[in-house]
Design a protein around this ligand. Structure first.
Ligand code: ARG
Length: 253
């Protein structure tokens, strides 16, 4: 009899736990009630360190709102971009970092639905003679370590690829003449254009036949978080919150 009762109790408990996860009431993360989101806050306007020393930007605001709607307390962890994928499921619950959905990354993590389109841009010193893929051959190219920009740079024949931890350091080295160009995503390139002004020019990756990329939030393989995030993203698009954040952080209207 005792055995039956404890078996019944165990069963009830299991059902309760499963039901809890299904409701996405903060139970699908490493720490109950908490969502640890990893990022690399050196990628404006998606993530950067704000005036108060804390990570801010479109992605940060987006994940905070998603977490809130799912009943989590959100904690942001700033780390190297190249360490994010490996940290998912061990140090962080999700990564949100203007991260392009790639087949290679999909081998280790699951992505929620794409939330933003991007392409790589080329940043050059004003007046420099770099206009197409052919011109990239043999050049010294700056990029951010572990990014799709680095992959694209490696495709240029005979180029020397210079990866930096922070994209802004690559742009500083461009202006100082240490590299010939920098390959980085469109929106950060536009922010750098604003900050560096007439010193630099930015060129649409379409001129170099770069592919369109899509950003996604990454979660551990098989995680319930993917469905929860997708549902919340849809809600935020439907009720205008997504567009508001886009205006505030990206379009600057
Ligand atoms: N979209 C590019 C990639 O996925 C660059 C992302 C860099 N993001 C960052 N937060 N530093 O590789």
């Amino acid at each position: 009899m005792k055995k039956i009762i404890s078996a019944l109790l165990a069963g009830t408990l299991a059902v309760a736990v499963l039901a809890g996860c299904g409701k996405s009431s903060g139970g699908a993360t490493m720490t109950e009630g908490k969502l640890i989101a990893g990022t690399n806050a050196a990628f404006p306007p998606f993530e950067y360190i704000g005036d108060d020393g804390q990570p801010d930007g479109f992605d940060i605001a987006l994940i905070k709102e998603i977490g809130k709607r799912l009943g989590y307390e959100v904690e942001i962890q700033d780390m190297e971009f190249g360490s994010l994928v490996a940290a998912i499921g061990s140090k962080i619950d999700v990564a949100i970092a203007g991260m392009t959905i790639t087949d290679e990354r999909k081998q280790s993590v699951d992505f929620a639905e794409p939330y933003y389109d991007a392409t790589q841009y080329v940043i050059i010193n004003a007046g420099a003679d770099i206009k197409n893929a052919e011109d990239l051959k043999g050049k010294a190219i700056g990029c951010q370590l572990g990014t799709t920009g680095e992959t694209v740079a490696q495709d240029a024949e005979g180029a020397s690829v210079n990866p930096y931890d922070k994209a802004v350091d690559a742009v500083n080295d461009l202006v100082n003449g240490r590299v010939d160009c920098v390959i980085i995503d469109k929106n950060p390139a536009e922010v750098f254009k604003n900050n560096f002004g007439d010193k630099i020019e930015i060129i649409d990756g379409a001129q170099f036949d770069f592919e369109i990329e899509q950003y996604g939030i990454a979660a551990p393989k098989g995680s319930q978080l993917v469905a929860d995030i997708n549902k919340t993203l849809e809600e935020m698009k439907a009720d205008g919150t997504f567009a508001e954040l886009e205006k505030k952080y990206i379009l600057g209207e």
